[in-house]
Design a protein around this ligand. Structure first.
Ligand SMILES: NC(=O)c1ccc[n+]([C@@H]2O[C@H](COP(=O)([O-])OP(=O)(O)OC[C@H]3O[C@@H](n4cnc5c(N)ncnc54)[C@H](OP(=O)(O)O)[C@@H]3O)[C@@H](O)[C@H]2O)c1
Length: 305
């Protein structure tokens, strides 16, 4: 299938591009002059790059011409924020822009990533935009698959692992609650599921809560990281969600999450992985195996700072 990936230079999108090529799809990517196309290495030669922006309809129309499927893996990046663009501009109206253009061109399939917990009751700009995009897709008449992951391993590298390493023998996690459940997964596995959804009939017109094989609390995760790092400690306590929200309301910090975003994305969401495994038939990476590679990698990066 000829597939357009929007967000192909992102973490999930770039893995989707590699997977799609490996599966024999013809891959086209919508990129900007500033996009890091270097991350594809030798594979770049197998990708048809189209310059454009998802908010610019003419460039979208050109990139969509002749494709049968679209993968959307975008995010409001810091660069977009600097342009004055909001969550609704990019992750809401921007996605609707793609959906409208795709409908006009008779595109058969759109695969999109939203997030676990996104719904009509959400109060934050981030999750309201994602819900707007989901609804635009569900109402479009185009065959769609929407993935709603509850967390990805890659975020552990930037947040959980360095903080556990820095805090040493702590037992209280000062950044949030530790009793909420999640089934995080590798972004590489998520990308594989997104590519599968292009032509997997079991995913047709589906909004899928997706997670990996391990259902853990944040406390479990912190203790797994400490164990892997050889730190003799057990995390037992965190900061309750309502207390965290009150702290953020009292002293909001630029560049950090707002109280509304925290309200929406700290959720307790244990998931049954079995239907996901059956639907996609891949061996999802386990958290333990990921941490074996990630903890030494993050420790080395911290040592070099
Ligand atoms: N991390 C998690 O645990 C988690 C959980 C649930 C859901 N998600 C969702 O997963 C999605 C993908 O995340 P990610 O980490 O892969 O994102 P990412 O690495 O930040 O990539 C974002 C991509 O969006 C592109 N983009 C942004 N604005 C654009 C525009 N106006 N026109 C064209 N392209 C544009 C960027 O292009 P440039 O390279 O040109 O900037 C980049 O390729 C996000 O929506 C995120 O919210 C993540």
């Amino acid at each position: 299938m000829k597939v357009l990936i929007i967000g192909a230079t992102g973490d999930v999108g770039s893995e989707a591009a590699k997977r799609a090529i490996a599966q024999g799809h013809q891959v086209r990517a919508l990129v900007r002059p500033t996009s890091n196309t270097g991350r594809f290495g030798d594979m770049a030669g197998k990708i048809e790059f189209f310059q454009g922006d998802m908010l610019d309809r003419p460039s979208l129309d050109k990139a969509l011409a002749g494709v049968s499927g679209v993968i959307i893996s975008i995010r409001l990046t810091p660069g977009e924020m600097q342009k004055g663009r909001s969550y609704m501009d990019v992750e809401g109206a921007g996605v609707k822009n793609i959906v409208d253009a795709a409908r006009q061109q008779g595109i058969g399939k759109i695969v999109f990533i939203s997030s676990a917990g996104v719904g009509p009751e959400c109060i934050s700009d981030m999750y309201q935009a994602k819900y707007f995009a989901e609804e635009a897709l569900r109402a479009s008449g185009i065959d769609y698959t929407i993935f709603k992951p509850s967390g990805m391993f890659k975020d552990f590298d930037a947040f959980h692992i360095p903080n556990v390493l820095k805090m040493g023998k702590a037992s209280k996690w000062p950044f949030g609650p530790v009793d909420t459940h999640m089934n995080p997964l590798s972004h590489i596995d998520l990308a594989a599921c997104m590519v599968s959804a292009l032509d997997n009939p079991r995913t047709s017109r589906m909004t899928i809560d997706i997670g990996g094989p391990d259902c853990i609390t944040s406390c479990d995760l912190l203790n797994m990281i400490a164990r892997e790092a050889g730190i003799q400690t057990t995390y037992t306590e965190g900061v309750p969600k309502e207390q965290l929200i009150a702290m953020v309301k009292n002293s909001p910090q630029k560049g950090f999450f707002t109280a509304e975003q925290i309200q929406d994305f700290i959720i307790d969401k244990p998931m049954d992985h079995a239907p996901i495994r059956d639907m996609f038939g891949i061996a999802f990476e386990r958290i333990e195996d990921y941490l074996k590679k990630a903890v030494p990698r993050v420790r080395e990066a911290l040592a070099q700072k």
